[in-house]
Structures are given as C-alpha cells and as structure tokens.
Design a protein around this ligand. Structure first.
Ligand code: PMP
Length: 365
C-alpha cells in the first residue's frame, strides 16, 4: 500500500476523509434536473435548499442566537478587513474610529486595511518578547467613538491564541476567527460579528462565513458596494449576486461531518489531544525543539516550533517530506516550522509527525 502522506498546511487544509469520499457524487453527479451541484443555478430551489441547510446546520453547531444572521459570502477573510470599516463606521452617529488589538501578523494586516477608511485606535498589544503571548486582557480602554473593536482570535502565523475574550463594554467585539472557527465551541453572544474564511475548518477557499448581530445591519454603510454590503447581502440571503455555490455545498458536507462526529465539543477535545501530543514532544525534547509561545496562549490549530540549531531547518523539511510529512515550513515572516492541526487531521498524522521528530532529534542531537 502507498505510504501515508500528511498535509500540515495552514490552508487550504486537509478535508475530512468522509467529506472527500462523499464530495464526488454530491458535487459532480447530475440530478433529476439535468444539473450537478457545480452546474446548478443559484436562483433555483436545488441550491437554495443546500444554502438553507448549510446555514441551519452551522447555526445549530454554534448555537447561534436568533438575533444574529449567518452570511455565506464570496472572497476571503481579507475582504472582511475592508468590509468591516465600510459597513460599520457611522460618522453621522459619532462612530468615527475603529479599535484593534495587535496580536501578531494577521491583526496588523487587518488594521492596515482599516486605516484606509478611519483612524485606528490600538487598544492592546502583545509584548512580542519570548515566550509570546496574546495581548493582556485587562483594562482595554475602548474609546466610545469606535465603531467596533477587532481581535484576531487565533494568529495563524504567530501560533498565538487568546485564552479568553476581552471585555469591550458597549463597543461591539469583532473577531477574525478564520483559523480557529469550528475547532471548539464559541459563545457567539459575546461578539457583534465573527468572520472566518473557509479554507481551514469549513472547506474550500473562496467562501467566507460572517455571523453578524442584527443591530449592526442597521448602520448606514453608505460607501459599501452592494455586493460588499452586509445589510443588502443579509436581505437577499447571501444571494445578492452569485455566491460561491460549490464551496457552500462542500461546507454543508463538512458541517454534517462535524455534527455526525459529535459536534464542537468533540472537535475541541480531539484538537486538545492532538496539540498536547505535539507540544509535549517539543517540550520534552531537551531543547532540540522549542515552541516560542507561552503555555495558555498556544494555538491548538497552528503549532509553531523551531530547531535550536536553525541551520537544520531545511534538512528537517526535506527529511520530513521524504517521510510523508508535508507543508511544515513556518510562515516566511517568522521562519521555523509550523504544523497546522485542523479538525480533519487525524491522530495518526500527529503521531507520524511526533515519531519523525524523535527520530530526527536522535539522528542530529
Ligand atoms: N486572517 C487569518 C487569521 C488568516 O489565517 C488568514 C489566512 N491565512 C487571513 C486572515 C486571510 O484570509 P484569506 O486568504 O481568506 O483572505
């Protein structure tokens, strides 16, 4: 039999085996209407049922309260970096600025985009010194003229995750949950808006899920193009223009798989177990491998580590690929190594990585 190969990419990432097995027939076989899912019009009953099903299943998984709307939008999380200020600023009502917490790479990208539309108040920063941590959670002074306060719940590049959510008072908390979405239960009611692009735990790229509290849809969003307007997309059930139909269909299969597998509580415990296995291999390597992020702030989905002897990094990557362990290179901004362990990564993949790491350490220690 072919040797197992494991994909540890940060995204697009591995899909659940059961979803891949079902996707061929579900997406590419023609039905009674003469169309396969990939060919079906977005205006027809066939697609609308898939969309309604995807929305309802996602809402059930997360326990989305009734006064929130779930949108399935085209584009990536980066589109949201601009859509947030375009939709939520409301200078006529005194909401002239936006607040951001700096937790690493993606939060800085998010605030750079927002700065094109409004003044950015940075309300919290991570120290940046080793071991790395999320920004401290106490005493966020969010100015009341801020339209929202943005956090990056899990920093995909830095491997940092918030241990708890900040209190932003009356200013709605907005989260980029791209790389932790559906990895564990999430209390939606703590947020004004949550967004996540799909290519980690939802499915294919090209789709972004937005969960938005209804009162935020009343902001005027005068300068937002129609297709990028939350209110107009919500009013048209995410079908103001052609949505990414294939990606939504595949996402619905992933939501099914999560519920069949025990829901978000089961995802969280499996993710905890996988992350613990890898972090303890790093921590018990007597310094051969090091994790730069502090306990309590370590991402369970994006595990960052370094070789004490950085010159071995390329050798490690080459040997790992030869052993069937792929896409372990850290992001170019931070270097080193990164293993992304999303929901679809089974224990066996992590076990193979941990075994390889022990063997590599023996060979080079
Ligand atoms: N935010 C986070 C936390 C991410 O991990 C990514 C992608 N890795 C993005 C934003 C950008 O997402 P996209 O490529 O879907 O625009």
């Amino acid at each position: 039999p072919a040797k197992a190969a494991w994909n540890f990419a940060a995204g697009p990432a591995r899909l659940p085996d059961a979803v891949l097995a079902r996707a061929g027939a579900a997406l590419f076989e023609r039905g009674a209407d003469g169309a396969a899912a990939i060919e079906r019009p977005f205006t027809g009953a066939g697609f609308r049922e898939v969309l309604a099903d995807a929305r309802q299943r996602l809402a059930a998984l997360l326990g989305v309260p009734d006064h929130y709307r779930v949108l399935f939008l085209a584009g990536g999380a980066m589109h949201q970096f601009s859509m947030l200020p375009m939709n939520l600023l409301d200078p006529a009502s005194g909401l002239r600025r936006v607040a951001y917490a700096d937790s690493g790479y993606w939060s800085r990208r998010a605030m750079q985009e927002a700065a094109r539309y409004a003044e950015v108040a940075v309300v919290a920063r991570h120290a940046g010194a080793l071991p790395l941590t999320a920004p401290p959670l106490d005493d966020w002074q969010v100015p009341p003229d801020c339209a929202y306060c943005h956090i990056t719940a899990n920093e995909t590049v830095d491997g940092i995750a918030y241990p708890a959510w900040p209190n932003t008072g009356a200013v709605p908390l907005v989260a980029d949950a791209t790389s932790c979405f559906l990895s564990a239960p999430l209390d939606v009611s703590k947020f004004g808006l949550i967004y996540a692009s799909a290519q980690k735990n939802i499915g294919p790229s090209g789709l972004t899920v937005v969960i938005v509290r209804e009162d935020l849809l009343r902001r005027p969003a005068l300068a937002a193009p129609s297709a990028l307007c939350y209110r107009l997309q919500a009013a048209q059930d995410s079908c103001l223009n052609t949505p990414p139909t294939l990606a939504i269909h595949l996402a619905a299969l992933v939501f099914d798989w999560i519920s069949e597998s025990g829901g978000l509580v089961a995802m969280a415990s499996a993710n905890r177990r996988k992350a613990d296995l890898l972090y303890s291999a790093i921590d018990s390597s007597q310094g051969f491998y090091t994790a730069p992020v502090a306990h309590g702030h370590r991402s369970t989905t994006n595990v960052r580590f370094h070789l004490a002897d950085e010159r071995l990094t390329e050798v490690f990557l080459t040997d790992a690929a030869a052993a069937g362990l792929h896409h372990l290179r850290g992001h170019r901004q931070v270097g080193g190594l990164r293993a992304s362990l999303y929901n679809a990564m089974p224990d066996a993949g992590v076990a193979a990585l941990v075994d390889f790491m022990a063997e590599f350490a023996r060979g080079h220690g």
